[in-house]
Design a protein around this ligand. Structure first.
Ligand SMILES: O=C(O)c1ccccc1N[C@@H]1O[C@H](COP(=O)(O)O)[C@@H](O)[C@H]1O
Length: 209
C-alpha cells in the first residue's frame, strides 16, 4: 500500500503555500480560471512558486483555457503538472508535451471511467471531481461515492467536497493515488487555514487505504 499523496488546490498566498508545505503536502494547485474566486495573477503565482521548498510540486489548473493561455503559464511559471478541468479533448491536453491530470465530471450520469482512461491514456492520472462537464469545481460538493465505478488503469485522484471529516472514508472507498482538496481547508475562498491543512494531512496519513 502506497502513501496517499495530498494536493491542496487553490492556493493564492505565499503564507498558505508555506503552511501547506509544513503540513507535509505533496503538491499545491494554482488556479488560472478567470472566473474562480481562487484565480491567481502571474505575479502571485511566481511569488508562491519561488517561496516553496523543494519537492512540493505545482499544478496549474485550467478550465477550457485557450492554447495561448496555457502556453503563457507554462513559459512563465514552468509548473510541474497541468490540471485540466473543462471539456479539453485528449489532443489538447497532450499538445503541450507536459505531464497532465484530467478531471472527470462525476456529477454527470453514467460516467465510464474505463473509457476516460482509454481516451486520456497518457495522463498522469484521472481526477474525480463532483462537477458536471464544463462546470467549475471548488465548491465543496461531493459526488455519489456509492455509484458503481469501474477501476480504470490510471492513478486516481479523488476530489470534490473532501475535508478532515470524510477523507478517510474516501480513501477507503477508492484507494486513490492522491486526494485533492480546496474549500475543505479554507477559512474563506482562496484563504487556506493552516490548522485545517494540518488536520487534513494528518487524517490522510493516519488512514490505511
Ligand atoms: O477551485 C476552483 O475555483 C476551481 C475552479 C474551476 C475548476 C476547478 C476548481 N477547483 C477544483 O475543484 C476540486 C474540488 O474542490 P473542493 O475541494 O470541492 O473545493 C479541486 O480539484 C479544486 O482544485
Amino acid at each position: 500500500m502506497h502513501r496517499v499523496r495530498i494536493k491542496i488546490c487553490g492556493v493564492t498566498r505565499v503564507e498558505d503555500a508555506l503552511a501547506a508545505a509544513r503540513a507535509g503536502v505533496d503538491a499545491i494547485g494554482l488556479v488560472f480560471y478567470p472566473d474562480s474566486s481562487r484565480v491567481v495573477t502571474m505575479d502571485q503565482a511566481r511569488a508562491i512558486s519561488r517561496a516553496l521548498p523543494p519537492f512540493v510540486a505545482r499544478a496549474a489548473l485550467f478550465l477550457d483555457a485557450s492554447e495561448d493561455e496555457v502556453r503563457h503559464v507554462i513559459e512563465t511559471l514552468r509548473p510541474d503538472v497541468l490540471q485540466f478541468h473543462g471539456r479539453e479533448a485528449p489532443e489538447f491536453c497532450r499538445m503541450f508535451g507536459m505531464p497532465y491530470l484530467k478531471s472527470v465530471p462525476m456529477g454527470e450520469d453514467d460516467i465510464d471511467l474505463g473509457a476516460w482512461a482509454e481516451a486520456y491514456g497518457d495522463a498522469q492520472g484521472l481526477l474525480l471531481d463532483a462537477n458536471r462537464a464544463g462546470e467549475a469545481g471548488g465548491r465543496g460538493k461531493t459526488f455519489d461515492w456509492q455509484a458503481e465505478a469501474e477501476r480504470p488503469d490510471l492513478p486516481l485522484v479523488v476530489a470534490g467536497g473532501l475535508s478532515v471529516d470524510n477523507v478517510a472514508e474516501a480513501i477507503r472507498r477508492f484507494t486513490p493515488y492522491a486526494v485533492d482538496v480546496s474549500s475543505g481547508v479554507e477559512s474563506a475562498p482562496g484563504i487556506k487555514d493552516a490548522q485545517r491543512m494540518q488536520d487534513f494531512a494528518a487524517a490522510v496519513i493516519n488512514t490505511i487505504g
